[in-house]
Design a protein around this ligand. Structure first.
Ligand code: GLN
Length: 305
């Protein structure tokens, strides 16, 4: 496996030159666009990696997966959200699209910002700091680390420039959908997006999803099977925004991207995969990360769709 990953790293690396790092959150523009890291954690707990697999970056939209898992699994708030109807009501896949006319008064998709901000509003805790800390502890339980940190610079940078997310949140408030006070809920959202991980961490999360919620290395249940089913279905339908359809055809596995350059993927009963490449394509997905996943899927026959 290590040999396969090294080979794929070499052949996917040129794709870093076809993308650009995100700059609408100014601190993200500091990332090195030439990086590519790939990590795999198998269903029986073996770990393999290559390239920049231990370079830390912010989860950004990958945190939407974990926030949804946290709120539905730990808080049993299923009725508030759409799980079970995975993405069926989506109208758009751009991550920053406004919520639109919501007659149902429910977020129609927890993997685009409007729905994700509502999920952030449902997180347990007394203050944004407390909610952010509890969320990081939850992420730490999944990846087996108790030092999960927030990237302060990225957090402050997003908070200072998030005009579009602010307008989305105020729109949600006006519709009566957003729980809590607008700025506080946004603060929780920015905190969760700025949680710092590496490709190995993402592979560990993917491995938990691949075994329907069991931790492959420790053999304990970390997420309810139903939660993982909901999450993986959403990942297939809208994990890569407007790139989701093409990815389903080309790669054929559930995956979720973030503008920090990470992609977390999961192959049922086989492995979790984490990739990191901060140069992004036009949909906000890692260019080289996608190329690596395409090649990995082909090489190891990972397609499940
Ligand atoms: N924090 C980012 C935002 O809200 C997340 C977007 C993404 O990763 N696609 O714009």
């Amino acid at each position: 496996m290590k040999h396969v990953l090294d080979h794929i790293h070499g052949s996917a690396l040129p794709a870093t030159a076809t993308g650009t790092v995100a700059s609408y959150i100014p601190a993200l523009a500091k990332a090195d666009p030439s990086l590519l890291g790939i990590a795999v954690v198998t269903a029986d707990g073996e770990v393999f990696s290559t390239g920049a697999a231990e370079t830390r970056f912010t989860m950004q939209s990958i945190s939407k997966v974990l926030a949804l898992a946290y709120v539905t699994d730990r808080m049993r708030r299923r009725g508030c959200l759409l799980p079970g109807r995975a993405g069926a009501k989506r109208r758009s896949l751009q991550f920053h699209d406004p919520p639109g006319n919501q007659r149902c008064h429910k977020p129609f998709n927890p993997f685009i910002n409007a729905g994700a901000i509502v999920v952030s509003g449902l997180m347990p805790g007394s203050t944004p700091e407390d909610k952010g800390a509890r969320f990081r502890a939850f992420v730490g339980q999944l990846i087996g680390r108790d030092d999960v940190a927030r990237d302060e610079e990225v957090y402050i940078s997003e908070k200072a420039t998030a005009a579009r997310n602010r307008s989305i949140a105020w729109f949600l408030k006006e519709l009566g959908i957003l729980p809590g006070e607008v700025e506080e809920t946004l603060d929780v959202y920015f905190r969760q997006c700025a949680v710092s991980v590496d490709a190995l961490d993402l592979a560990r999360i993917g491995a938990i999803l691949c075994t329907d919620g069991m931790d492959p290395t420790r053999g304990v249940r970390l997420l309810a099977a139903r939660t993982t089913r909901v999450i993986k279905s959403l990942m297939v339908t809208c994990g890569l925004y407007d790139g989701s359809g093409e990815f389903a055809v080309d790669v054929g596995i559930p995956a979720k991207s973030g503008v920090g350059g990470g992609i977390m993927a999961s192959v049922r009963d086989r492995m979790g995969i984490g990739v990191y490449g901060p140069a992004l394509d036009q949909h906000g997905n890692s260019s080289a990360g996608l190329e690596a996943l395409r090649r990995l899927s082909e090489e190891l026959d990972l397609r499940v769709l």
